[in-house]
Design a protein around this ligand. Sequence first.
Ligand SMILES: [Cu+2]
Length: 66
Amino acid sequence: MNTTIKIQGMSCNHCVMAVTKALSKIEGISDVKVDLAKGEASFERAESVILDKVKKQIEEEGYSVG
Ligand SMILES: [Cu+2]
C-alpha cells in the first residue's frame, strides 16, 4: 500500500538522501520518494511492514516523524 509520512528535521539534500537510504533498506519498502519542501516521505509498503519500525529507523538517523 502507498504510505506517506511527515518527517521533521530535514534541511538539505543530504538529509533527503539519508532518509531515502534508511527507508529503502527496510524489507518490504520500495519506491521511496522524499519531498524536502513538504517534509514528507512516501513509499510502497508491504502489509508486513510495521510503521513503528519505520519511525524508529528514521529517528535513528536523527529526524523525527509526525
Ligand atoms: Cu541535510
